[in-house]
Design a protein around this ligand. Sequence first.
Ligand code: 5AD
Length: 450
Amino acid sequence: MPSVFIKTYGCQMNERDSEAVAAQLVAKGYTLAKSEASADVVLLNTCSVRDLAEQKAINKMKNLVGTARSEKRDQIVGFMGCMAQSRGQELIDKLPDVDLVLGTQKFHRAAEYLDELLAGTRKKIVDTATEAKSEATIREHLLNGSAKTSVSAFVSIMQGCNQHCTFCIVPATRGEERSRTIPDIVAECRELVARGVREITLLGQIVTSFGKRDYPLLDGKSAFVQLLDAVHAIEGLERIRFTSPHPKGYGDDLVAAYARLPKLCESAHIPLQSGSDRLLKLMHRGYTREKFLGIIQKLRQAKPNIGIYTDIIVGFPGETEEDFEQTLSLCREVQFDNAYIFKYSPRRDTPAAMMPDQVPLAIREERNERLLNLVNEIAARKYDAFIGRQVEILVEGPSKKNAARYTGRTRCNRIVLFDGSARHQGQLMDVKIERTGSFTLYGDPAVVNL
Ligand code: 5AD
């Protein structure tokens, strides 16, 4: 049977989509190749959020087809996911060796299209059409392959985003918000738990908008909180996480859920983007600095040890030194556990790309550096504060770099390494943190729950 290799760029949703496509192909008899070179089919699952991510995938494809041609190998190659969706046929016009361009609503057709390409009945396939109900078309999981996924799994709950932030290409790559039903999601989670999964991360581009149109408020609870309740009730599931939310989704019902639901891990990745109200407005984010600070305060009241992570864009069009300083001061005020900083990258057909006062690259770089220094300094202090503390971790498996070490995550989503063995895998256990490395905690098993 043909073998396939999938390389993934970008977010956790992309990882989940790749996993689902791999599972679908395996179910149809394909095997998973160990390397690109040995595969009959190579698919690149792409990201469009910044230009750099697109360029990486395009360069990778150039290398792939160049190598295949020089070694006289017949290989089917394709792009799938976000860049496939937003660029479509243009990708084949640019790179004529590409055989398949599979959009974000068509993952479930991967096997059918590859069969046709391998059989030679079709030469090139581009499918980026929209498809009703595509959010519920893929639910296959591959759990046996990797140790990590058998403990912790991603479940996609919705697709698309209607927020239309002016910098963001996602509405064009993922389409309008569409949510799965609560029973459908719960059934998938139950199945995963029956197969040994103990932690589930609910995924979507804007998970806090889950099911808005389909589920009215119930006892003051939004559809998303109703879903959290339903998933929480699954016996055998130990931990629930979700990503990505929007700050506007942190109503009192969601804040209360953190206090009410013991399985909901005290960790939140809440994208800030900017600390300047003027920029937040230009970005069409729908909240102010005060509102954001209020959310953080409420969350910390509910769960003092909550890990708070964020995304920030520097150099959005029109960003002045004063605007940027507002971001710096907000970071000092919030003390994020960590922040992912992005230099603004103009995306085609987004309103911000057409805005006046684009910020020169040198200034974007300089601000990136300054913010990174601040964020890292705060993050390091927060890591050091763990030394001597006992924390609960869920053990995912051997560390990739050193097989004698095992890796787990705290409830607040920090990676902990410790000297472990196979018997620890999948266990919830307490470890005492002894020292810190760069974005890692090193622990000693204090009480092992076997
Ligand atoms: N330029 C830079 N960063 C961006 N992001 C989204 N769009 C852009 C863009 N055009 C960042 C945001 C988002 C994260 C996933 O990527 O911070 O939260």
